[in-house]
Write a protein of this length. Structure first.
Length: 58
C-alpha cells in the first residue's frame, strides 16, 4: 500500500489554500486527488489545464 504525505486543510497556505477552498466550495470537502497534489500545487494547476484541454470541444 502506498502512502502519500499531504498537507491537511488546516495547514494549507497560499496557492494550496486557494485550491482547497475551490474544492470545498464546489464539493463540500477537499477531494483525495486534490490533496495528493498538496505538496506541488503548481502541478495540480497544470493537471487542471490538461483536463480542460482534453474536455474542450474546440
Amino acid at each position: 500500500m502506498a502512502f502519500i504525505r499531504t498537507v491537511p486543510p488546516a495547514e494549507a497556505e497560499g496557492k494550496l489554500l486557494e485550491i482547497y477552498q475551490e474544492d470545498v466550495k464546489a464539493k463540500g470537502y477537499v477531494a483525495n486527488h486534490t490533496a495528493a497534489f498538496s505538496l506541488r500545487p503548481e502541478v495540480y494547476r497544470a493537471w487542471q489545464g490538461l483536463l480542460g484541454s482534453i474536455r474542450s470541444t474546440h
